[in-house]
Design a protein around this ligand. Structure first.
Ligand code: GDP
Length: 296
């Protein structure tokens, strides 16, 4: 089930509440059961669904005791609050700072959309007036260099890479040093991926992190991988200092719930969603507006 279906199902449960003549425990259980089943179908991790159900029930029972409470509104509010909590992280995302050179390193598995997302991110901030540059430190995937170079020229952003050099750590270091000297506001470092999590990949990420000293590390996660998001995000976060997440391929038939609940688990905020192959198909992520849009 894609996320728009999830929104419709939750809205249908809210309508059921509005139409019921009385709101008793039985109806509350029924509505929470419907919502939980919709969340599970959208691939939200089972432990968060159970928590959401328990927490809503507890809050409704407690606050519903107070005189004059509109139980329908209370239930709806609790569900919305819990959904916002699910897609929020306690940690604040890194905010780019004016007057300094912000270095942002991108990590993720091969095919997650890392190279495309580096360009989208660069393009987004470039249009907002930040002097932005791209560094290609992906020496693992043949074609990564040309892809990022072409992308960079399409969005007219300076690019550093080295066809001959095989050491990604050296390229990352040299590229960042060059653009630091030229006083760019934002330097984005694209790194290698692998098809799966491997020691070699994580060692390389650590070395690149060491040499470029990034202000933030953004983990790129493909919304289609569903429940596997949790372990993947955790593995990256346990290795390098991941501070933010971008979920890609949120268009099409992604269920999305897996990616969203993985983020709650790793406690790194989602900062953007990728919603298509085009460089403009990229939107900032805000938990409250995401949930309001989901529920129409
Ligand atoms: P990388 O190996 O992680 O660098 O992945 P790429 O950036 O090369 O992307 C892999 C594929 O996913 C490419 O065909 C991209 O066009 C596509 N892609 C990336 N982001 C999105 C997105 O948000 N939506 C869709 N539909 N496709 C995307």
């Amino acid at each position: 089930m894609v996320l728009s279906d999830l929104g419709q199902k939750i809205t249908a449960s809210f309508n059921k509440l509005s139409q019921a003549p009385i709101i008793d425990d039985e109806l509350l259980d029924e509505v929470l059961k419907d919502i939980s089943s919709a969340l599970l179908h959208a691939d939200v991790n089972v432990r968060y669904v159970a928590k959401l159900r328990g927490d809503v029930k507890k809050r409704v029972l407690m606050e519903g005791e107070e005189g004059g409470t509109n139980k329908r509104k209370l239930i709806q509010k609790c569900v919305v609050d819990e959904l916002i909590g699910l897609v929020s992280a306690e940690k604040e995302p890194y905010k780019l700072k004016k007057g300094k050179c912000n270095v942002i390193m991108f990590v993720g598995l091969q095919g997650s959309g890392k190279t495309t997302t580096c360009t989208k991110y660069a393009h987004y901030y470039n249009r907002k007036g930040w002097r932005t540059a791209l560094v290609c430190a992906d020496t693992f995937r043949a074609g990564a260099f040309d892809q990022l170079k072409q992308n960079a020229s399409k969005v007219r952003i300076p690019f550093y890479g080295d066809y001959q050099e095989t050491d990604p750590v050296k390229i990352a270091g040299d590229g960042v040093e060059l653009f630091r000297k030229e006083k760019y506001d934002l330097i984005i470092v694209d790194t290698s991926g692998r098809h799966k999590q491997e020691t070699a990949l994580f060692e390389e990420m650590l070395q690149v992190e060491e040499v470029v000293q990034p202000d933030d590390i953004v983990f790129i996660m493909d919304a289609h991988i569903g429940q596997a998001c949790f372990e993947q995000a955790k593995a990256f976060r346990d290795t390098v200092n991941v501070g933010s997440v971008i979920v890609t391929k949120f268009d099409g038939h992604a269920k999305g719930g897996g990616a969203l609940s993985a983020v709650a688990a790793t406690n790194c905020p989602i900062v953007f969603l990728g919603t298509g192959e085009h460089f403009d198909e990229f939107q900032p992520f805000d938990p409250s507006s995401f949930v309001s849009r989901l529920l129409g």
